[in-house]
Ligand binder design. Structure first.
Ligand SMILES: Nc1nc2c(ncn2[C@@H]2O[C@H](COP(=O)(O)OP(=O)(O)O)[C@@H](O)[C@H]2O)c(=O)[nH]1
Ligand SMILES: [Mg+2]
Length: 359
């Protein structure tokens, strides 16, 4: 019979499975030790910008265990409040060039002495293992750059969980002294909304269109964009990219003016991530917009609104997680059965359930 765990027939000695289980357990203990390490030490190493400490802190943040949640809160509380990065959300459909852009843009920023962190919110990460993870080869240069830090999307089953962890990871990156945090997401709609809730600036990456249609970009996403970058403006695609850019500039001008924008924004422009063309201009555009928002008070109001949003999300998430406790699951099941047999009215059962939660 093959080994139950590694499926190897040759290794199917009686103790083999046990050996592997032992090794797994050891590994688990080591990981837990990593997690239950001295928080003061972790915080101080994080604040010196040590990337390993940052990676460990993010592992802690991504854990769903109740004691780890408490440690996360304690760790976040130890971070200096005056460190802030420019948080840039970046979205675009698969294949538009997000990874290529992040690498080129990130390398340009680190060459200017800035420290750059890249995080991802990928609603499908529980299945795919994270958008960035599969892409790390494409971000090879950036992942080896000592001034850069790349972290794939945490695996969670639902978007809310992924978003919450990522938002905390952003705070950790700021605590570690990163200047720019890029938060990548795939263009599926919902994830943009949560990324916009943690970013100062929102970038939408598009590819040159073949025809003259506006690529079916959802209006809601267009309305979120601060800057639209039409990528792949090189070689044969250059003219199509310029035409697409003009189309989007026109569409943006027709949209309702937002109070948080100076004249000329939101703006569309072309880049080539592959040929590293237009990247400095895109950076200048982002800085110009951010400076205007800082000077006109919009930066602070956005930050305040976002902080409130995440506070409310946290409370909601914590309340929901109470339903997952074993005792509550049992009560829910029991009451559910009584509702199914007609013994209890659903409304009455719900009241009893809520009463059980409050006890
Ligand atoms: N011509 C051209 N191709 C690009 C450019 N940026 C990315 N690509 C190509 O587009 C494909 C998808 O890029 P990738 O960065 O993986 O896209 P992602 O799925 O959005 O992360 C790859 O084959 C890239 O080489 C660009 O600026 N110009
Ligand atoms: Mg990618």
């Amino acid at each position: 019979m093959p080994c139950l765990i590694c499926q190897s027939v040759a290794e199917a000695k009686p103790n083999h499975t046990l050996d592997i289980l032992g090794a797994l357990q050891d590994n688990l203990c080591k990981r837990q030790k990593v997690i239950t390490m001295d928080l003061d030490d972790l915080a101080s190493r994080l604040m010196t910008g040590e990337r390993r400490a940052l990676a460990r802190a993010i592992t802690l943040v991504e854990s769903t265990r109740a004691d780890h949640r408490a440690q996360t809160a304690a760790l976040l509380g130890k971070l200096p409040k005056d460190r802030q990065a420019l948080r840039i959300g970046l979205s675009g459909t698969p294949g538009v060039g997000k990874s290529t852009f992040i690498e080129s843009f990130g390398m340009m920023l680190t060459a200017q002495g800035l420290r750059v962190a890249v995080l991802a919110v990928d609603p499908s990460s529980s299945r795919s293992g994270g958008s960035i993870l599969g892409d790390k080869t494409r971000m090879d240069r950036l992942s080896r750059d000592p001034n850069a830090f790349i972290r794939p999307s945490p695996s969670q089953t639902h978007l809310g969980g992924v978003a919450r962890r990522t938002c905390e990871a952003v705070a950790l990156c700021e605590g570690a002294g990163f200047d720019v945090v890029l938060i990548e997401t795939v263009g599926v709609g919902q994830s943009e909304t949560v990324v916009a809730q943690m970013a100062h600036l929102f970038l939408l990456l598009l590819a040159p269109a073949g025809g003259d249609e506006l690529q079916g970009v959802k209006r809601g996403i267009m309305e979120m964009a601060d800057v639209i970058l039409v990528n792949k403006a090189d070689g044969d695609l250059k003219h199509a990219a310029m035409r697409t850019c003009a189309d989007y500039s026109g569409a943006l001008r027709l949209m309702r003016k937002r109070p948080q924008d100076p004249d000329g924004f939101p703006k569309a422009t072309t880049v080539s991530a592959l040929e590293e063309d237009g990247l400095q201009a895109a950076w200048e555009t982002l800085k110009e917009l951010n400076t205007w928002r800082v000077e006109n008070g919009f930066f602070d109001t956005t930050r305040a609104t976002q902080a409130q949003y995440w506070f409310e999300q946290d409370v909601r998430a914590a309340l929901l997680s109470q339903l997952d406790q074993p005792q509550m699951r049992t009560t829910m099941q029991e009451l559910g059965q009584q509702v199914a047999t007609g013994e209890l009215d659903p409304a009455v059962a719900a009241t009893q359930m809520l009463a059980a939660l409050r006890d």
